[in-house]
Design a protein around this ligand. Structure first.
Ligand code: C5P
Length: 220
């Protein structure tokens, strides 16, 4: 029998992370933060002093990197034994991640690592291409979005709470640039998957979004 998957795709700052984690917890299912895998690769590439444009070298790092996830609250992520949970949260890291994520061979190298998360009793998968490429047969597909202004403000608040020194105007520009790159790339661009339910979280609380998701997957 097939292990059920709920995919949650959308641009940055739409609330995907918080909502997916909460859903996974509620259902007792596994959780895949696919963005964290791309971000970890960005850290690995930076630490190895590799040029992010050197795609062959980036692919080699992707194939050999030793990533471990700990499903704590908050979840932790280890690269070769080093805790990089904090390192992957900066917008700089997100930006490098989105540059290397534009390349097909890089995405290919990370595909199986993501599919390995599909285990009993189920999986909630958060990303950009979860419903289109990684889990096209997912039981439920959600596309979570919000206005650009709301998303930038949320990311700003989130980063500030984590103690980062961030400027809202600069962050807004960086996020817009990253979203544009994610939407316009040729490989697995950010798009609404066929059959996905669209949720605009601009005027909703996290709890309202979670309630709507639970409605969609109904009766579980
Ligand atoms: O979701 P998060 O902001 O952590 O993702 C960081 C970057 O990783 C995204 O901007 C995107 O370029 C890339 N990514 C991707 N495919 C995914 C998840 C993330 O290309 N499934």
């Amino acid at each position: 029998t097939k292990v059920p998957v709920i995919t949650i795709d959308g641009p940055s700052g739409a609330g995907k992370g918080t909502v997916s984690r909460a859903l996974a917890k509620k259902l007792g299912w596994h959780f895949l933060d696919s963005g964290a895998i791309y971000r970890s690769l960005a850290v690995a590439v930076t630490q190895a002093a590799i040029d992010p444009q050197d795609i062959d070298a980036v692919v080699r790092v992707a194939e050999s990197m030793d990533l471990r996830f700990e499903a704590n609250d908050p979840p932790r992520i280890f690269l070769g034994g080093q805790d990089i949970s904090h390192k992957i949260q900066t917008e700089d890291c997100g930006s490098t991640a989105s540059k290397i994520a534009a390349h097909g061979p890089v995405r290919q190298a990370l595909l199986q690592k993501q599919r390995d998360f599909q285990r009993e009793p189920g999986l909630v998968a958060d990303g950009r291409d979860m419903g289109t490429v990684v889990f096209p047969d997912a039981s439920y597909k959600i596309f979570l979005t919000a206005s650009a202004e709301v998303r930038a403000k949320r990311r700003h608040k989130q980063l500030k709470e984590k103690g980062a020194d961030v400027n809202l105007d600069r962050l807004t520009k960086e996020i817009e640039e990253r979203d544009r790159r994610d939407k316009e790339r040729a490989e697995a661009p950010l798009t609404v998957p066929d059959g996905a339910v669209l949720i605009d979280s601009s005027d909703l609380t996290i709890d309202q979004v979670i309630a709507r998701c639970l409605d969609i997957i109904g009766g579980r």
